[in-house]
Design a protein. Sequence first.
Length: 182
Amino acid sequence: MKNINRYKNISYKINHSELSLRSLKVEDTSEKYLGWMNDIEIVKFTEQKNKKHNFQDIKNYVDEKQSSKFDLLFGIFHNSDHIGNIKLGPINFNHKISEISFFIGEKKYMNKGIMTKVIKYLINFSFKKLSLEKITAGCYSNNLGSKKVLLKCGFTIEGKRRRHVIYEKKRIDTLIFGILKK
Ligand SMILES: CC(C)(COP(=O)(O)OP(=O)(O)OC[C@H]1O[C@@H](n2cnc3c(N)ncnc32)[C@H](O)[C@@H]1OP(=O)(O)O)[C@@H](O)C(=O)NCCC(=O)NCCS
C-alpha cells in the first residue's frame, strides 16, 4: 500500500494553465462551498441532493478525507479561486483501482473544458504516481454533462444499472464507466 499523505501537501498546476489541484483542508471550507452543496442545480445528479448540509458537515467531510489513507480530495482552483472538487477514492491498492467523483460549483466556470482537463490530469497522476491500473466513475444516465466529459476523457461505458436511483420521483438508470492504463 502506498502512503498517499505526501500528495496532500502539494499544489498541482494543470498544463501551465490558471488551473490547479490541491488537497482540501478544513481551512478551505467556506460559505461558497456550503452554498454549492445546498444548490440543487449543482447536486441534483448526486446523492448530496437528499440532504440539507451545514458548515459542520462539510468541515467533517473534508477532515475525514484529509486523514483518510484511501482518499485524495482535491479542490479545483482557478488561480486562487476554489471552483469545484474532484475526489480520487476510495483507492483499492490490492486491485490498483479507484473511483473518481467530481463537480464544478461555480457556474461561470462550467462548459469551459475545465473538468475534461482536470479528469485527464488526475487519471495520468493516478497511473503514474500511484501506479493504479484502472479508474472507474459513475453517473445518473440523464447527467449528460458528466457522461460527455467521461467519454471525452477516454472512459468506456462498462455497464448500466437499471432503474437504480430515484430522480424527480422517477426510477432511472445509472451508468458505470472505466478507463484502463494503456
Ligand atoms: C457536468 C460537469 C462535471 C461538466 O464539467 P465541465 O467542465 O462543465 O465540462 P467540459 O466543459 O469539460 O465539457 C465537456 C463536454 O461536455 C459538454 N457538457 C458539459 N456540461 C453539459 C451539460 N450539462 N449537458 C450537456 N453537455 C454538457 C460540453 O459542452 C462539452 O462538450 P463539447 O466537448 O462537445 O463542447 C460540470 O458542469 C458540473 O459539475 N456540473 C454540475 C454538477 C454535476 O453534475 N456533477 C457530476 C455528478 S456525477
